[in-house]
Ligand binder design. Structure first.
Ligand SMILES: [Zn+2]
Ligand SMILES: [Zn+2]
Length: 171
């Protein structure tokens, strides 16, 4: 990952790369955070994915679906970057991408399903959904998506992945 990091830093001087305990994009600081101790095959993919959020200018989202679309876009961009910059010949595994996106799909689904009739509702506001089938409306937490456990490096899972600050983060 070091070699790749050096190349990316040269090619994207406007973006800061900072060691942290997990991978994420911090739009306010225009910073890609990465875990320097992660030696798994997915580490480079995560790095490219977070950088992609930065290149695509992802800074906020209004609806849950918008976040999902940003995640899809960031993975598409990451694949381009992989072939452009990575020296190892392991393209980003499509299964890995779908696994990551499933986390967002599951999250979106659990928020959008009508508690009364199980139909998928429409998000009227960032914290409210409406069912067009039975007209039930329900509130969802306006708290931003936080990375669930199963995407974290299991060997050193923290007690809580929730950030103490209100900073916007993309995973
Ligand atoms: Zn309903
Ligand atoms: Zn992401």
């Amino acid at each position: 990952m070091k070699k790749l990091l050096a190349k990316l830093a040269v090619n994207y001087p406007g973006i800061t790369f900072e060691a942290a305990d997990t991978f994420y994009w911090n739009p306010r600081k225009q910073t890609v955070c990465f875990d320097p101790n992660d030696t798994s095959v997915t580490a480079e993919w995560s790095l490219l994915h977070e950088l992609s959020h930065g290149i695509l200018g992802h800074s906020d989202y209004q609806t849950d679906f918008e976040l999902l679309l940003m995640e899809v876009a960031a993975w598409q961009k990451a694949c381009e970057l992989q072939s452009q910059f990575s020296s190892n010949n392991s393209p980003i595994d499509e299964d890995h991408i779908q696994d990551c996106l499933d986390t967002y799909r599951d999250w979106l689904h659990s928020r959008s399903v009508c508690p009364k009739c199980d139909q998928v509702g429409l998000q009227e506001q960032s914290n409210q959904y409406l069912c067009v089938n039975c007209l039930e409306s329900w509130r969802v937490s306006s708290k931003r998506f936080t990375r669930p456990y199963r995407l974290c490096n299991n060997t050193k899972a923290k007690t809580s992945p929730v950030s103490t600050t209100k900073q916007m983060k993309f995973y």
